[in-house]
Design a protein around this ligand. Structure first.
Ligand SMILES: [Zn+2]
Ligand SMILES: [Zn+2]
Length: 1017
């Protein structure tokens, strides 16, 4: 007879099983068929935040991609039509820095020598390569996307949409060229924006010089200001010193500094008395310092708790300094160039980097007698978010979008967005309230070319499309292979105001513009006609087949019903797309957001390759399997950091083993008993059987209802928790209590268990798509005619109201049983040892489940107590009772000692004929042997063993040993045996031989004085 189900191995080999399932999905076009099935269904709009196609995927990427996949799969099972468009982020500093590294280039000069066209080609190659790697890894993770139709942000189509946004921003008057002090990466040679740098990871503890320097006052011989600095390289650009007007300063040893209370000074002066004094510059001989009058200025924000209370001001090398230069009309000296090296006019420092200048500056100060003190300090210092080089400040011209015109509207709109977890709405509000103007220009190469053409006549030309560029081009169109540098730079246009030829500014754009436009660009906003492969343009040509849809499509799919990325995207992608959509269409591009925290190693440390604790995604796929990874990602509440590693993975594997073993049980006995499942049971329910079957059906209804609700509120931890609890109930209650029914062909038991297992596979399928599908294949597709061949094509189970009364009753019974087990554990009495009696108090449900409780607790009888068992012990309060009772006291004391008293309520009792109040008693919690209590119930076990119980205990030990032997010998479950027991056990046989035979499938049993033996017959 052919087996109905394929036997399961002892434990699942997740990675191997997943590779089989992947191959099957490909061969059977499972995903394509799912899409065909749902075509025309209600729409579920998800817009993918682009992953940077720059390196292989890390496990932290796998987290986000898992969440995206889980909810897409759920919505598809619910019959929704989805877009499944994956996105790749392709240009900007990310890719440039990696390509520089791979080519061994380390400055902008070297890139220019290498050639911009070649550099752009290398960048595109890198994107193409890693897009392929990430696609392969995502498939391995089980992510279902329309992989041939990815959008690439460096497509000309995407770029044109951003141009259009920038033109609109200009039309509104928000675009401006700012002359500002900015955080500057000397290696990347560009300024960086507030939102890029805001991350906590963009700081490091760095060691820097700590100098106290004298600024000699001109009109006061022998007196100087003492100034503290940690950036010696900024001193050659010093133009002023700031004091706090209302602070007190003191003069000692010829130096002015903040007066400390109790300090001894020759003179004391308020800050404003020092304001206006002039001092000799430290490096007056340098060309840029010529003609500068260095003076003391007032500044209310001088920090008094570090340094000397006198701040050195170099407006070309610090943000506050620069702001002060505007207020006090100070000259701005920018000492370093794009690569962080001193300009030639800085004489002895020319060409030195800011680090290299430290020693010469200190030496010069020492030589001039201006150095008071030189030491080192370790402090938190900003580093480049991209290449981790310490940042400096420069004053440069950058392009900004003013944000004040839209800030209020953004805040109003954010109130309508549903954030999961909800507290993140406030984070977005905080960002929106505090964000500065958006710095959108980067002085780099392979990025969005900003379409700004600044004419000498004063007119700023902003080109809004390729068509407009072509219309206004003076020349160069024939070589314009894509909208990137260097080609775009060869296309000057004519000024719309004065008609002369204008060059594009060389800057490229902030990468967050690229990703921010996606909800408009990829969906075809205001595009009049659908363009086939309209997203395979420019650098994206040949990498994708994606279309550019038309405006009708955009109206159907915008805004996204749901998006999801990690929390730092609040100031990045969530923000940039919000800003851009609000500007162009006045609406948020998303209705609902799921965001999550950080991925750490299993001990809670950040993962770093250099610390040896990082895990590659590929390694995790091979060693734990994608389902286990997905489970880890899903079980953590998203507001918590995720501890990821092989330890937690083993814990998940252990729990999944319970499911596996339960399926294996059904498979094993189903094959033996030739069980034929009925597919229609999944809709109609299994036939009515015993009360326990009704309970499992109801318990299954509860699982379906709970997980459905959890998916609907985008809360995966509730899915894993519900599933875990269900499998525990199914395995440790239903199967354990029903085991015997499967040793015969109890149709109702088989069908009920099959129903429960299959429904649980269906609801866990979005989360654990491989294992669920593999088991579905075995239990359903291979066993039922006309069943879908994949769980992912089977739709979602109907949600039924569970019978909560029944569920509560059994939950109560299980709690009682647990209490009974607790007593056995505490008293060291084996679960196998039968006992005489269990006593129960407080449970109504126990009344109708006495048989189950008796079996579970392995007792001969269960008694239900009306009164609570003795929980308290009373002693007389001698100080109060002595005087009142006199000689009667000893009788009361004796009665209390043996527990002879009557409780009268409210802490009053009667003992030996006396009524006693709470203040006359000392109450102690009694520690009764054999009892365990929960909040509601008490369970007690009679622990005394009589000879009969003792013998039964030995019989059960014997049965246990025999069945273990059967297993060791590798006997089939149906094999019959002959048994020989040691003579010492012969006293058991007259009474219990039949029992032993029945439990071990023995046909013969004898005692011959040797050891325990079995033999297959
Ligand atoms: Zn950098
Ligand atoms: Zn002009």
């Amino acid at each position: 007879m052919a087996r109905m189900f394929a036997p399961l191995t002892a434990v699942p080999d997740h990675p191997a099983l997943e590779r089989v399932v992947l191959a099957r999905w490909d061969a059977e076009r499972t995903f394509e068929r799912l899409r065909e099935l749902n075509a025309g269904g209600p729409r579920f709009s998800f817009v993918d935040g682009p992953i940077t196609a720059n390196n292989a995927m890390g496990v932290h990427h796998a987290w986000g991609r898992t969440l995206k996949d889980v909810f897409q799969r759920f919505q598809a099972l619910r019959g929704h039509e989805l877009r499944y468009q994956n996105g790749f982020d392709c240009q900007g500093l990310w890719v440039e820095v990696e390509v520089e590294k791979s080519l061994g280039l380390n400055s902008k000069r070297e890139i220019e020598e290498y050639g911009l066209a070649e550099f752009a080609a290398r960048c595109r190659e890198r994107v193409a390569k890693y897009a392929e790697v990430i696609t392969e890894q995502s498939r391995r993770l089980g992510m279902w996307m329309d992989w041939d139709n990815d959008y690439y942000t460096f497509a000309d189509t995407n770029i044109e949409y951003i141009w259009r946004f920038l033109k609109e921003v200009h039309r509104r008057g928000w675009l401006f060229l700012g002359h500002r002090s900015t955080q500057w990466c000397p290696r990347c040679g560009t300024s960086l924006s507030q939102h890029e740098q805001a991350g906590e990871g963009n700081y490091e503890e760095l060691d820097h010089p700590s100098l106290h320097v004298r600024f000699p006052l001109k009109e006061r011989k022998g007196e100087a200001l003492v100034v503290w600095t940690t950036t010696p390289w900024t001193l050659p650009a010093n133009v002023a010193a700031a004091v706090k007007p209302d602070a007190e300063y003191g003069l000692s040893n010829g130096g002015w500094r903040l007066a400390e209370s109790g300090g001894e000074y020759e003179r004391i002066a308020r800050g404003d008395e020092l304001v206006g004094l002039e001092y000799s510059g430290l490096f007056d001989e340098l060309t840029p310092q010529q003609g500068i009058a260095h003076r003391v200025i007032p500044w209310d924000d001088v920090v008094l708790d570090e340094g000397t209370g006198i701040v050195h001001i170099a407006p070309g090398a610090g943000t506050d300094d620069f702001e002060l230069s505007r207020v006090h009309d100070l000259p701005v000296l920018v000492p370093i160039d794009e690569s962080g090296r001193f300009y030639p006019e800085y004489g002895p420092f020319a060409g030195l980097s800011t680090d290299e200048a430290e020693e010469p500056v200190i030496a010069a100060l020492r030589e001039r007698g201006l150095l008071v003190e030189a030491g080192r300090v370790t402090h938190r210092y900003p580093i480049c978010w991209r290449c981790r080089t310490p940042l400096v400040f420069r004053v440069v011209d950058d392009w900004f979008i003013g944000v004040d015109g839209i800030r209020g509207a953004l805040l109003d709109e954010n109130a309508k967005v549903e954030w999961t977890p909800p507290q993140y709405r406030k984070r977005m509000d905080d960002w929106l309230r505090n964000m500065g103007d958006w710095n959108i220009s980067r002085k780099r190469y392979f990025g969005l070319p900003l379409p700004f053409y600044q004419c000498a006549c004063g007119n700023l030309n902003v080109v809004g499309s390729r068509a407009e560029l072509e219309r206004r081009a003076v020349r160069g169109l024939e070589q314009l292979q894509e909208l990137h540098r260097p080609w775009i730079d060869e296309v000057p246009i004519s000024c719309e105001s004065c008609g002369v030829e204008v060059q594009r500014i060389p800057d490229v754009g902030d990468a967050w513009l690229d990703a921010g436009i996606v909800p408009l660009s990829t969906l075809g906003w205001e595009n009049p006609t659908w363009v086939e492969h309209g997203y395979a343009t420019g650098a994206a040509e040949g990498l994708t087949g994606a279309d550019l849809p038309d405006d009708t499509y955009w109206q159907q799919w915008f805004p996204a019903g749901w998006i999801s990325e990690m929390r730092e995207q609040i100031r990045l992608w969530f923000y940039s797309q919000f800003f851009m959509s609000m500007t162009l269409v006045g609406r948020s591009p998303y209705r609902r957001v799921l965001t999550y925290e950080k991925l750490l190693d299993e001990t809670g440390r950040e993962m770093h390759r250099s610390w040896g604790n990082s895990i590659d995604a590929d390694e995790a796929f091979d060693r734990m399997g994608a389902d286990v990874m997905r489970w880890l990602f899903c079980e953590v509440p998203p507001a918590q950091n995720l501890k990821f590693g092989y330890g937690p993975a083993r814990e998940v594997q252990r729990r999944l083993l319970t499911l596996w073993n339960s399926v294996s049980f059904l498979v094993t006995y189903g094959n033996i008993e030739d069980f034929r499942p009925v597919y229609a049971d999944l809709t109609g329910g299994p036939p009515e059987g015993q009360p326990l079957d009704a309970w499992l059906v109801s318990r299954t209804h509860q699982l379906v209802a709970d997980t459905t609700a959890a998916y609907e509120r985008y809360w995966t931890p509730a899915v894993t928790a519900a599933f875990d609890a269900f499998v525990e109930d199914l395995s440790n209650w239903y199967i354990r209590r029903s085991r015997r029914r499967f040793y015969g062909d109890d149709e109702a038991a088989f069908r009920t268990l099959w129903y429960a297992l299959v429904q649980s596979l269906r609801v866990v399928a979005p989360l654990m798509p491989f294992l669920a599908d593999e088991l579905w294949r075995n239990l359903v597709a291979g066993a039922c005619e006309r069943a879908p061949d994949s769980v992912h094509l089977a739709g979602w189970p109907e949600v039924h109201e569970p019978d909560t009364t029944l569920l509560t009753e059994i939950a109560e019974v299980r709690e009682l049983v647990e209490l009974g087990r607790q007593v056995r554990a505490e008293e060291g009495v084996k679960l196998r040892q039968p006992l005489r009696r269990a006593s129960i108090h407080g449970s109504e449900a126990a009344r109708s489940h006495l048989d189950e409780i008796r079996e579970e607790l392995r007792v001969k009888e269960v008694e239900l107590l009306d009164a609570a068992p003795l929980r308290f012990r009373y002693k007389p309060n001698l100080r109060v009772l002595g005087p009142r009772l006199g000689r009667d006291l000893s009788a009361v004391r004796a009665a209390l000692e043996v527990g002879e008293f009557e409780e009268l309520g409210e802490g009053r009792i009667r003992a030996a004929g006396h009524e006693l109040g709470p203040d006359e008693l000392i109450v102690e919690r009694a520690k009764e042997r054999g009892w365990a209590h929960s909040d509601r119930f008490s369970v007690g076990l009679d622990l005394d063993l009589d000879p009969e119980l003792e013998r039964e205990g030995r019989v059960l030990d014997l049965i246990h040993a025999l069945n273990a032997l059967r297993k060791d010998r590798g006997l089939e479950l149906t094999d019959r045996i002959a048994v020989t027991v040691p003579a010492s056990q012969s006293d058991l046989l007259p009474e219990h031989a039949d029992w032993i035979k029945q439990e071990t499938l023995a046909v013969r049993i004898e005692a011959d004085g040797g050891s325990l033996e079995i033999e297959k017959v």
